[in-house]
Design a protein around this ligand. Structure first.
Ligand code: AIR
Length: 182
């Protein structure tokens, strides 16, 4: 227990300290949501290594096609992170990743998948960040990737996914750079 501070006696007629002085000493500064947002923006600007673009794919077998997106972004000096997650095999992981992406400072999401390619659409269902889908050919593709092309491009109204050409992950990266205006 700390002893009580000495009581201060104020003589009659003596001026009380200005309210501003007292509040500066005893009340912690309050942060409005506006100043918090500004602070978050400043931190983001300082943290230059933080990924701006996410590159997602449904399987490790998609990596040879999707790594072209990473190469293009790196060449342009845009930070990215690459993750493998399947909308059908790991639906909870995909939902959680998409929900947290904006908070983590991600600005654009590129998502590639083959066959019944749900990944870009499911990501777009869980975030309002721009999502660019890359339809991929796979060992058992129908009509050279037409299955994935239709799965990605035929999104319902209100939940858009930008769609690049089959296996054209590089174009997805160029589009992401344009969205970022870099
Ligand atoms: N895929 C994986 N989960 C859902 C889908 N649509 C896709 C992958 C890959 C294809 O299925 O994106 O293009 C084959 O995956 P795997 O793992 O069998 O090679």
């Amino acid at each position: 227990m700390t002893p009580d501070p000495e009581p201060t006696i104020q003589a009659a007629g003596e001026l009380a300290p200005e309210p501003a002085e007292r509040s500066a000493e005893s009340v912690p500064p309050t942060q409005t949501s506006e100043t918090l947002a500004e602070t978050a923006e400043e931190i983001e600007e300082l943290d230059t290594d933080a990924p701006r673009v996410a590159i997602l794919m449904g399987s490790k077998s998609d990596l040879p096609a999707m790594e072209k997106a990473e190469t293009e972004l790196t060449d342009r000096g845009i930070s990215s992170e690459t993750r493998v997650m399947s909308a059908h095999r790991e639906p909870d992981t995909v939902a959680e990743y998409a929900k947290n992406a904006r908070m983590r400072g991600i600005k654009v999401i590129i998502a590639g998948a083959g066959l019944s390619a749900a990944l870009p659409g499911v990501v777009a269902a869980h975030t309002d960040l721009p999502v660019i889908g890359v339809p991929l050919t796979s060992r058992t593709s129908v009509a050279g990737g037409l299955d994935a092309l239709l799965s990605i491009s035929q999104m319902p109204p209100g939940v858009p996914v930008g769609c690049v050409g089959v296996d054209n992950a590089r174009n997805a990266a160029v589009l992401a750079a344009r969205i970022l205006s870099i």
